[in-house]
Design a protein. Structure first.
Length: 133
């Protein structure tokens, strides 16, 4: 059914549809769409910006990767924000992404609030701040 109604859509139209928060949205399709945006030389801001605030940290991460291609400082700030996530996997992913941005292999234990704080302080200069929150 979906293929019959959307088979002629461009990939960008498909991504727009997949990232629209209107229910029922499948997060898997949104994630694939956000990852697709990260491959574009100039992803449409009207798709990237809402994805940066999505309820799914996977989608936020993929959208941040799209931002990283043109604005490393903003991407660092967005990944620093994920260090405060209630999801340990989101925090651990942020540590991995920030390590990649900085060309480092630092370890921080996301289970420990003090280490999350240390990670924020360590990578805050990537975002152009002294102490990111």
């Amino acid at each position: 059914e979906w293929r019959r109604t959307h088979g002629q859509d461009t990939r960008l139209e498909w991504a727009r549809d997949a990232l629209t928060p209107a229910p029922p949205r499948q997060d898997g399709m949104g994630l694939i769409a956000a990852r697709y945006l990260a491959t574009l030389p100039a992803p449409p801001p009207d798709l990237v910006e809402p994805a940066l605030s999505d309820r799914s940290w996977y989608i936020r991460d993929a959208a941040t990767e799209a931002v990283r291609r043109t604005n490393r400082q903003r991407a660092a700030a967005l990944w620093l924000r994920e260090l405060d996530s209630r999801y340990l996997a989101a925090c651990r992913n942020a540590v991995r992404r920030l390590n990649g941005l900085a060309g480092e292999t630092r370890t921080f234990d996301c289970m420990l609030p003090a280490e999350r704080q240390q990670a924020r302080a360590h990578w805050a200069p990537l975002a152009g701040t002294t102490m990111a929150r």
